[in-house]
Ligand binder design. Structure first.
Ligand code: PMP
Length: 418
């Protein structure tokens, strides 16, 4: 069988060999605990110091504004839940907190309908606990938030806006700098500041993440999306921002995030983020290959690109194929050695279509017939040629046999009110 083709870089990326090389000593000779005072500890700490510097350079912030985490799920949970747990803030926006009884005593958070679950579920958690109220902004058919709609959603008790930089399913890029500018203006006349968080996980490898230019108070990222290791991330927390300590037990990370440093991971994150600048040329190549893929796939009858043609990450292409099922396409391509992902999360586990695709205004069946291709540093032209060779046949075969399946699925979805 020919080489396997990986087109799921939005899910995760392989560790770059240079990153792996930088990490290796921290598993062996430099194994010390970065908080230990002896030489072993100091050697490990040097790695943490360098990585913090690399991240701060990338983000254009102070080193003390970089907090290492176990990934972006942790960062997003920590930042958002921290607002809900901050009693002083609730008092400031509406008097003493009387759980669930007095809307005015709750903080208000604004987010969007297309966020990653680590953001939306954290907000929903606060709402369920009676600690916050929330507004989730709609997006255009192209998956973009309108800053004017955001301005209208702001209330006196709004304390946090959380808008992702780039979407993980359709790659749509949000106007973060424009929102940052808007909030800066509005904050001038407000009693309580509205803080601004962006989940930049999918953006880091492709877009300018300078936090001054973006005008954000919080930014979260995750190394495994940019050729670093899994289980390590960082958050930018602007000095003086509302932040509630969420892991107690030690003084690491400026007393904001306790726990022994994951030195190999931190060093890997630093090395990977530094490499991004050097690899910008790769991104041009990736975009050309992605455009070739889009051009070729759209020749297939009934194929439609989900999201914006222009305003999307250079490595993302998400299509729907009338009368073919996403999961069936994924499995058929996997059998051909091509790894992709369903735009629809109607996995074997649940019949839920993707909330992102529904937010674009797609019908449930359209969402269920979607597939995401995400390219990366190691994608080659022959990989795209292979996809374009195989895909028309796959779709044709599935349409031949899955028309009926789709009809049955449609009835099933209707019967459960999906
Ligand atoms: N936000 C976005 C947009 C993501 O794509 C992901 C990962 N799929 C996360 C957050 C969570 O990141 P992590 O894997 O580091 O927990």
């Amino acid at each position: 069988m020919s080489k396997k083709i990986y087109l799921d870089y939005a899910a995760t990326t392989p560790v770059d060999p240079n990153v792996f090389e930088a990490m290796e000593p921290y598993f062996s000779v430099k194994f010390g605990n970065a908080s230990s005072l002896h030489q072993f500890g100091q050697d490990a700490q040097q790695g943490v110091i360098l990585a913090r510097n690399q991240v701060a350079n990338f983000l254009g912030c102070e080193e003390k504004e970089v907090i290492f985490t176990g990934g972006a799920t942790e960062g997003n949970n920590a930042i958002i839940k921290g607002f809900g747990l901050n009693k002083k803030l609730a008092q400031a926006v509406g008097g003493p907190l009387r759980q669930g009884k007095d809307e005015a005593s709750k903080i208000h958070i604004i987010s969007t309908k297309i966020e990653h679950e680590s953001v939306s579920d954290s907000i929903e958690f606060l709402v369920k606990e009676g600690l916050a109220e929330a507004s989730f902004l709609t997006v255009s058919r192209e998956g973009i938030v309108d800053p004017a709609e955001l301005a209208e959603a702001i209330k006196p008790n709004t304390v946090l806006v959380s808008v992702m930089y780039a979407n993980n399913e359709i790659g749509s890029v949000q106007p973060i700098a424009a929102i940052g500018e808007l909030l800066k203006k509005l904050n001038k006349d407000r009693a309580n500041k509205i803080y601004f968080h962006t989940d930049a996980v999918q953006a880091v490898n492709y877009l300018d993440c300078n936090v001054q230019k973006l005008g954000v108070d919080f930014l979260t990222l995750s190394a495994h999306k940019f050729y670093g290791p899994k289980g390590i991330g960082a958050m930018f927390v602007k000095q003086g921002s509302v932040f509630t300590k969420y892991l107690h037990g030690g003084e690491q990370e400026f007393k904001m995030r306790s726990g022994t440093h994951n030195t190999p991971g931190i060093v890997g994150l630093g090395a990977a983020i530094e490499l991004i600048g050097e690899r910008q040329k790769d991104n041009e190549k990736i975009k050309q290959l992605r455009d070739k893929l889009i051009g070729g796939v759209l020749k297939i009858e009934g194929a439609v690109l989900n999201g914006s043609r222009e305003n999307r990450l250079p490595n993302n292409a998400n299509f729907r194929f009338a009368k073919a099922e996403g999961e069936a396409i994924l499995i058929a391509l996997d059998l051909e050695g091509i790894a992709v992902s369903t735009g629809s999360a109607c996995a074997s586990r649940a019949l839920e279509p993707s909330h992102v695709l529904l937010a674009l205004g797609l019908e449930h069946l359209e969402a269920h017939s979607s597939i995401r291709f995400s390219l990366g540093r190691f994608t080659e032209e022959k990989d795209i040629d292979r996809v374009l060779e195989v895909l028309p046949g796959v779709i044709g075969r599935l349409r031949g046999i899955t028309g009926g399946v789709n009809d049955r699925k449609s009835k099933l979805l209707k019967s459960i009110g999906c």
